[in-house]
Write a protein that binds this ligand. Structure first.
Ligand SMILES: *Cc1c(COP(=O)(O)O)cnc(C)c1O
Length: 376
């Protein structure tokens, strides 16, 4: 029998999410310790209290709380917003999926502003929707006029990451309010909030169609335990609680988040180190002279190797043909030295690298390697 004939055609044709590899696999592959700057993970790891709490937790044999009561209570304190607005997910990735499941009927449309996070199109397809791409402008600002032109009655949801991954810039609050004014569900994905300190979370109280997503993966160093949360209008939160899998947050993730939230001051020290290092990395990348770093409010920096983007000299298109682009070549040569960054060649991101902010030592090793691979 032919399984493909049974599969939903849009999923048979769909491109999957380009995920990164875990550290053990990479180290096995290249046979030594690596410097992992490709996943925007926290180089300082999670709070030491997480290990302690995980070791001491006595109820792994019991199902976790479907109502996420302890988590939502702790998040009430952390966010300053009532627990009624908060729903946790198995990573904010799960919340992206749940939101789309809640709002999309087959054939409904979702506005995406690329270059941006790759899960929005994947989850949209999986949920039977169609993506309408409205590209950002040359400075990676959201193209508000084009979004308004793209609106039609099939459009249900608009996704905006702020700070945006992989470009690092934020959307101004007044533009969020403008988008909310379109009457569509507006999802502002604040996965990097703790590095930018800019949020529209309070606006959720005034707008029944605004959603803010957050995660513990980046600032709290819990990417491996998969937990995020959203701040939702109460009505939407109630529907999500109804449609989610009852035990979507596993006991270990719950324990880890409670430990992290009891150790926020310590985690803030790591955030401050990362933010300081982001500034140093930005300067050092710029000093190379052949890579244009874009200012970032997150824990990564996007760099372009396109001549025209960093030099005011007449633009010379990078020879690409069947040769590797300079960015891809640099990415590969860094890998050979045990340094993993993310490489892009998609529309709007031709010839670009995204580098997660690591420790000062990571920066020094990276910059030396970059000088070696491109300056000889
Ligand atoms: C990393 C990232 C996420 C994923 O967060 P998880 O909680 O690990 O699923 C969501 N949105 C953006 C923009 C991200 O960069």
């Amino acid at each position: 029998m032919n399984i493909e004939e049974l599969i939903r055609p849009e999923l048979a044709a769909m491109k999957g999410y380009a995920a990164i590899e875990p550290v053990e696999i990479l180290e096995q592959r290249i046979g030594r310790r690596i410097i992992k700057l490709d996943g925007n993970e926290n180089p300082y790891g999670c709070s030491p209290k997480v290990y302690q709490s995980l070791a001491n937790y006595p109820y792994y044999h019991i199902y976790p709380d479907p109502e996420q009561r302890m988590l939502r209570q702790a998040l009430e304190e952390y966010t300053g917003l009532s627990r009624d607005y908060i729903v946790c997910g198995n990573g904010s990735d799960e919340l992206i999926d749940l939101i789309l499941r809640l709002f999309l009927q087959p054939g409904d449309e979702v506005i995406n502003s690329p270059p941006t996070f790759g899960m929005y199109p994947v989850s949209t397809s999986v949920c039977g929707g169609k993506i309408v791409d409205v590209p950002r402008d040359e400075n990676f600002a959201v193209d508000m006029a084009a979004i308004k032109r793209a609106l039609n009655e099939k459009i249900k949801v608009i996704f905006i990451a702020s700070p945006n991954n992989p470009t690092g810039n934020v959307i101004p609050e007044r533009e969020v309010i403008e988008l909310v004014g379109t009457g569509r569900i507006v999802v502002v994905d604040e996965a990097y909030f703790e590095f930018s300190n800019m949020t529209v979370a309070k606006l959720v109280l005034e707008h029944p169609n605004l959603i803010v997503l957050r995660t513990f993966s980046k600032w709290a160093g819990l990417a491996g335990l998969r937990i995020g949360y959203g701040i939702f209008p109460v009505e939407i939160a109630e529907y999500l609680m109804k449609i989610k899998q009852p035990y979507n947050i596993n006991a270990a993730a719950q324990v880890a988040v409670l430990a992290s939230l009891s150790d926020v001051n310590n985690l803030r020290d790591s955030i401050a180190k990362i933010v300081a290092e982001r500034g140093r990395l930005f300067t050092k990348l710029g000093e190379l002279g052949w890579l244009k770093p874009y200012p970032s409010q997150a824990n990564f920096i996007l760099g372009s190797l396109n001549r025209h983007s960093w030099s005011s000299a007449p633009s010379r298109r990078v020879e690409q043909s069947d040769k590797e682009s300079p960015a891809k070549q640099t990415w590969r040569q860094l890998q050979e030295r045990g340094i993993f960054v993310r490489y892009y060649d998609s529309p709007g991101l031709e010839n670009c690298l995204r580098i997660s902010v690591g420790t000062p030592e990571n920066t020094d090793v990276l910059i030396d390697a970059l000088k070696e691979v491109r300056d000889g």
